[in-house]
Design a protein around this ligand. Structure first.
Ligand SMILES: [Zn+2]
Length: 405
């Protein structure tokens, strides 16, 4: 039996009474621990999920309405307790519904503005629990277009135009200016925003555009061939504006400036950080070079004619260890086998006259101590899976480099 949908003509009804026509357990509930029932009523003010607008929640008698489904002509209420046949009182969670009405009506306005002013028709609409989106098709909605669309949409809000419900056949609505072709037959419902648009729609809307509150665009991104426009209306826009400003204030506080100066201040801090980083890196490299040169004086030449430096570093930046290896390899017949203790980074380097193969040596040693890496004959890098095994790894690499006769 067709359920009479009270929200069609009375979208602000928060309470209603109805006859319970049926109540049966949901055969395969998503959560076996929480059994659910499907309830049919002769009439309802509960909006079922459809047309991009999520369902209402609320109460039917003592039962909690957790979901509302649109099944052909019937509205199915999914509840957490069985309900007896006969009369029942329904109450809708009004804050949730009013939020949906603000977002949904705001979407009509935004879509109409994008279409009429910028030839960007709306392909789909999504009303999420945090953010709402429309996907529009056509030219890219640049910052300038978005700004203009937002201003034009808010002008419609400030003009406080009436939002009317109209009924008619597809032909009648087409004659009245409905652009969209409709497949359904019989009497159709359409939403008219005065002096703006007429659209077939089964959703719930505010009575006048002023009730939408502010329409706030939050960003545009490419989505396949279309453009996804994020927006929020009314209380959501209010909440987001509040949160955005709190974020800005927190950033400004950390930067020791006013919110208005935050961008300039952040740019300066980043530039300073980059400059410090550059100069610190240069100093570290210089220090490593000097240390390596001094260190080399103490290393004896072996019977094989090589100077081999195998060293485990603790508490030195990776830049330092790498520069140390590079500098050692500037000296003839020298091989550097270095490991950084904190993270197990490996730096192998040789002067070409040493005539060894750093890449082969690294891979050989990594067969015994887990890790990965690679490189060339003269230079190879890697990392140990377990940084604790640096000493063991160096002993194996040294032994492989200088096999005992
Ligand atoms: Zn609508």
């Amino acid at each position: 039996m067709t359920t009479k949908r009270l929200y069609y003509d009375d979208p602000i009804a928060q309470e209603f009474s109805a006859e319970v026509l049926g109540c049966e357990p949901v055969s395969a509930p998503a959560l076996p621990a929480a059994p659910l029932w499907r309830v049919k009523l002769d009439r309802t003010a509960f909006y079922p999920t459809s047309g991009g607008q999520p369902n209402d929640t609320g109460r039917l008698g003592d039962a909690r309405v957790v979901e509302v489904l649109d099944e052909d002509d019937e509205v199915i209420h999914v509840v957490d307790k069985p309900i007896e046949l006969g009369s029942v009182k329904g109450i809708i969670d009004w804050d949730r519904r009013f939020d949906h009405m603000q977002q949904h009506t705001g979407q009509h306005v935004l879509s109409a503005v994008f279409h009429s002013r910028f030839a960007l028709p709306t392909i789909s609409f999504h009303l999420g629990s945090d953010i709402c989106t429309i996907d529009v098709r056509g030219q890219e909605p640049t910052q300038e277009i978005s700004d203009k669309a937002m201003a034009a949409a808010n002008d419609v809000v400030y003009a406080d135009r009436a939002v009317n419900v109209r009924y008619g056949t597809a032909e009648e609505l087409a004659a009245a200016g409905v652009r969209k072709t409709v497949e359904r037959t019989g009497t159709l419902r359409a939403i008219e925003i005065e002096e703006l648009e007429l659209q077939p729609c089964g959703g719930t809307h505010v009575r006048r555009t002023g009730q939408i509150g502010m329409i706030l665009l939050r960003g545009v991104s490419r989505i396949r061939q279309d453009w996804r426009v994020e927006f929020a209306c009314g209380r959501r826009a209010e909440r987001l504006a509040r949160e955005d400003f709190a974020t800005l204030r927190a950033v400004a506080q950390r930067l020791n400036c006013s919110p208005q100066e935050a961008v300039t201040s952040a740019e300066r801090v980043v530039a300073e950080r980059d400059a410090h980083f550059k100069s610190a890196r240069a100093s570290i490299q210089k220090l490593a070079e000097m240390d390596a040169r001094a260190y080399l004086q103490q290393v004896e030449v072996g019977a094989d004619g090589l100077r081999v430096v195998a060293k485990l570093f603790e508490n030195e930046p990776a830049e330092y260890v790498q520069s140390f290896a590079r500098e050692l390899a500037q000296a003839e017949n020298t091989v550097a086998l270095l490991v950084r203790g904190e993270d197990g980074q490996i730096f192998f380097s040789q002067h070409p006259t040493a005539k060894k193969d750093m890449n082969a040596l690294l891979n050989e040693a990594l067969k015994h101590v887990a890790g990965k890496g690679g490189g060339s004959r003269d230079s190879a890098r890697g990392r140990l899976a377990d940084p604790q095994r640096g000493s063991e790894f160096l002993a194996i690499a040294t032994a492989a480099l200088r096999p005992k006769p």
